[in-house]
Design a protein around this ligand. Structure first.
Ligand code: MG
Length: 391
């Protein structure tokens, strides 16, 4: 029986994880849950899975829930998240908190030497070097739960990095892949949130529309698979059947395929090194007339170009870019800025980054990230620059 902590239990990753756990009650026990705002839904989950530990956002929320569930211990805030991620009783932590908020709890899990199913890409984007170094020291195992990285993980099958010629990440192209370019200035949040293949949270769906998501995934893959950024490429693949592929030095390609369903990569991480007999709709190869692969249009997806540059720069650039992107996406969803303003904001923040880091007296957290505090400072700097530009 594996004992699990699920960070972000009411989000898309959380719900898919609980679906898998529900199917295999003899294999997994939800020992701890966390959720920030969907308290009613959380209460339903506590009733069903009876975790011993639950983390919420505030002491008030904890107090209210304690009355209803006297057998469960309730903790709160960032310290609470770190507590449930590093508890000695836990075997596996599923990191499904959206955005930079997942940084500290995921790091606590890695420091404590846990097996971590990484579904939240931002911690690795913000502080990838630190995460990998800490995992080596603590013996933590990072299992990629993002569908693309899980595909690569499966295709690689423990082959060492020197055998990799290229990692090829597939991209659906998101909600705006066929939207007329001349209408891009009028795109509404509702249009950008209408994803053709995947049902995900709003932040990641916008990142998918701008293809910022693939930029973050390049950085994530760079760290997880110890592969240079220039050997990681993105191709558009509308069908979302091939979830990513590896080209080896001998010219062999291995790809992982299946219907787009997050339960597959999550179950792979939960069950690893076993495979679980998952009850899900199956891919019928006879239903596939063709699989298409297209080059990414940089005019349609300028955020990808900006993020590849930040990936190559390394140091604090990815954390700055990620912070700026979270602010810009949030402002777009609040209808404070236009869709095109997202890429303009990121471009401006990264130009500022180049300018500042070329000066000898620029802050050290912009140049290199060696601590969680450094990652948070770079993130804050990116957010502040983004807010200034948007204002
Ligand atoms: Mg992905």
């Amino acid at each position: 029986m594996k004992k699990l902590t699920l960070l972000g239990s009411t989000g898309s990753i959380g719900l898919n994880t609980l679906d898998v756990v529900r199917e295999f009650p003899q294999k997994f026990r939800i020992e701890a849950l966390s959720c920030r705002s969907s308290i009613e839904q959380l209460a339903e989950q506590v009733k069903e899975f009876q975790p011993s530990l639950v983390c919420v956002d505030s002491s008030e929320q904890a107090g209210e829930l304690r009355d209803t569930f006297p057998d469960t211990e309730f903790v709160w805030g960032v310290d609470g998240l770190s507590r449930i991620s590093s508890d000695p009783d836990i075997d596996l932590v599923v990191s499904g908190i959206v955005g930079a908020a997942g940084l500290k709890p995921t790091y606590s899990a890695v420091e404590a030497g846990k097996t971590v199913a990484v579904a939240n890409k931002e911690p690795l984007v913000m502080a990838g070097k630190l995460f990998m170094q800490t995992a080596t020291k603590s013996g933590a195992k990072l299992l990629p739960a993002d569908s693309e990285h899980n595909a690569i993980f499966q295709a690689l099958h423990n082959e060492p990095p020197e055998r990799i010629a290229r990692l090829i990440l597939t991209a659906s192209g998101g909600s705006l892949r066929d939207h007329p370019l001349e209408d891009f200035e009028h795109i509404t949040p509702a249009q950008a949130l209408d994803h053709p293949n995947w049902d995900m949270g709003s932040k990641i769906t916008i990142d998918s529309a701008t293809m910022m998501n693939k930029g973050l995934e390049i950085i994530e893959a760079h760290w997880l698979f110890n592969t240079p950024v220039q050997n990681i490429e993105v191709v558009m693949h509308r069908e979302s059947i091939i979830h990513s592929m590896v080209e080896f030095v001998d010219g062999s390609f291995l790809a992982q395929m299946g219907l787009p369903d997050m339960r597959v990569p999550l179950a792979h991480c939960l069950g690893w090194p076993e495979r679980l007999p998952l009850k899900i709709p199956r891919l019928d190869p006879l239903s596939l007339n063709a699989l298409h692969f297209e080059e990414i249009d940089p005019q349609r997806f300028p955020c990808l170009t900006t993020s590849i540059k930040a990936a190559r720069q390394g140091g604090g650039a990815p954390a700055v870019l990620n912070g700026a992107n979270e602010e810009a996406v949030d402002a777009f969803l609040q209808e404070e800025i236009s869709y095109l303003d997202i890429s303009k904001t990121l471009h401006s923040v990264m130009s500022k980054y180049d300018q500042i880091t070329s000066l000898p007296e620029s802050p050290s957290f912009l140049k290199d990230i060696n601590t969680i505090e450094g990652a948070e400072q770079a993130d804050q700097w990116g957010r502040e620059q983004a807010r200034n530009f948007m204002a």
